[in-house]
Design a protein around this ligand. Structure first.
Ligand code: AMP
Length: 492
């Protein structure tokens, strides 16, 4: 199939030809005709599937015909959960619309209000916004949506996770009922489905599970790490590999991202941190440096997991695993961009066993264990019956040792919960070699529980009515912990 069959305006086809794309991705091939026909659409598509073009191309196609309405407000509104994603949408629109005349603006948290007020008082065709800041402007009566034809919710699941549901609904209510609404999300079930039923009119539904969604172009590896010092050694070793063109390293917290970036810089690496505490200007500068190859390593929190599109990233390294399986998929999707291949390496310790299982279940793939000669883990992964069984009646006292089941082996727990026998050589966590906490874990500790703060499982995550955290890093529950104080080890 070629783009030419999609009924797109010739100026868009010309720009596409210049990008070098030869054919639409599956999500583009399915979504674009439905959108051009004017249907509302709910599409499940992962980042990396080409979903941005799937909605921006038909949006531009609309702009190729003049508005039937007077006024100067936006004709297309794209809502994104993060500023980075908004930037990516703006970049895509500019790239695919390079042969057209239209005005695109972004209204994002962190930008000065006077600048945004000026932008809002001028003629606009496409507005890309994060919900929190947009609501502020709507409440101040600064936005005229009378011309709005198309509302696009990009990564709707993420917006709901970040507590934006009320804002998204209020924004939708501020737009004309005649609008066309498109919702893109990693999942269409649960709260996202509920939101869609309120905002969309008899939508077409598209589920794309392309090879890329399974990240078949990305080799996934897992390395068992005894403790933070061991992780640091593994990372140093990996980064000396000349195969690493550019690497994106994920940490659990902003503070850890800064700490690790400083540490790597002291080792002579060309490195920077990227997280939600940085100003938009700093974040843009850092991303530009990464894009043009001035930086080799970026140490980031999950704020960078979505929307970051740097082709040179050959390796994603999860220094800390993400708290949610979905975020794992988004993180590793930062490598293997645009059809290239990539390597994703995750460091995991005993406490991550449950999370690894969930990641494997979610991705329907097993992650192979790798070791580096001379840097093998000292301690053994706990083995024992699956802890997926109901936990009622499970002992609740803290510490891994006291809760180990009968098959957990004979090693003594050492504070952070390691045993002293050799590491299991399992081929992935979903397989025969069971890992993790024997019997019943002391608490649901697999997600973000390292300092005793247990993040809720996905279904219980803040969503409806939760305070919004625009530009913040989700799940930053460990803000006071430093990974780099080796004296503290993992006990924090
Ligand atoms: P997205 O899923 O929107 O984040 O896009 C992922 C990457 O795929 C971006 O680098 C796009 O430039 C690229 N891309 C989008 N559409 C195509 C296509 N039809 N062929 C090749 N690459 C594409």
């Amino acid at each position: 199939m070629s783009f030419a069959t999609l009924n797109l305006n010739p100026s868009i086809l010309k720009a596409l030809a210049e990008t070098g794309y030869t054919e639409p991705t599956p999500i583009q091939a399915q979504a674009i005709p439905e959108i051009i026909e004017g249907h509302d659409l709910m599409a499940s598509a992962q980042t990396g599937s080409g979903k941005t073009a799937a909605f921006i191309l038909p949006a531009l196609n609309r702009l190729a015909a003049p508005s039937k309405m007077p006024g100067k407000g936006p004709r297309v509104l794209v809502l994104t959960p993060t500023r980075e994603l908004a930037q990516q949408v703006c970049d895509a629109a500019t790239k695919y619309g390079k042969n057209m005349r239209f005005k695109i603006i972004s209204i994002l948290g962190g930008m000065p209000y006077p600048v945004q007020n000026r932008l809002l008082s001028s003629h606009v065709d496409i507005m890309v916004a994060t919900p929190g800041r947009l609501i502020d402007h709507i409440e101040r009566g600064r936005i005229d949506f009378s011309r709005l034809e198309m509302l696009i919710l990009d990564e709707a699941d993420r917006m709901l996770d970040m507590g934006f549901v009320d804002d998204v609904e209020r924004i939708a209510q501020a737009t004309p009922a005649t609008r066309q609404t498109l919702l893109f999300s990693a999942t269409l079930e649960g709260v996202v489905g509920n939101l869609a039923s309120r905002l969309l009119k008899t939508p077409k539904r598209i589920n794309v599970s392309a090879a890329k969604d399974k990240h078949e172009n990305i080799e996934q590896r897992m390395m068992f790490a005894d403790d933070v010092a061991h992780k640091n050694k593994l990372l140093s070793h990996l980064l000396t590999d000349t195969e690493v063109n550019q690497a994106l390293v994920f940490t659990a917290t902003k503070r850890d991202a800064d700490g690790l970036a400083d540490q790597l810089s002291a080792q002579g690496h060309s490195v920077a941190a990227l997280h939600g505490d940085m100003s938009q200007r700093e974040r843009n500068r850092t991303l530009l440096n990464m894009r043009n190859g001035n930086l080799r390593i970026l140490v980031a929190t999950d704020v960078a997991a979505r929307g970051l599109d740097v082709r040179g990233i050959s390796h994603v390294i999860n220094f800390d695993l993400p708290k949610f399986a979905e975020d794992y998929v988004h993180r590793i999707g930062r490598t293997g961009r645009g059809g290239s291949s990539g390597i994703a390496i995750s460091f995991a310790s005993n406490r991550d066993a449950q999370l690894l299982k969930r990641i494997e279940r979610y991705t329907e793939q097993s992650i192979k264990m790798h070791t580096i000669e001379g840097l093998e883990p000292k301690y053994k992964l706990r083995t024992g019956p699956s802890s997926d069984r109901p936990r009622s009646g499970a002992p609740r006292s803290g510490g891994y040792a006291g809760n180990r089941g009968p098959s957990a082996g004979s090693g003594q727990a050492r504070g952070a919960g390691y045993t002293d026998s050799r590491p299991a050589r399992s081929e992935g966590f979903g397989g025969q070699a069971r890992t993790g906490f024997a019997g019943q874990p002391p608490r649901e500790r697999s997600f973000g529980s390292r300092n005793g703060n247990t993040a809720a499982p996905r279904g219980d995550r803040p969503g409806f009515g939760a305070p919004r955290r625009e530009g913040s890093d989700r799940g930053n529950f460990n803000g006071n912990r430093s990974h780099f104080n080796s004296n503290r080890g993992n006990k924090a």
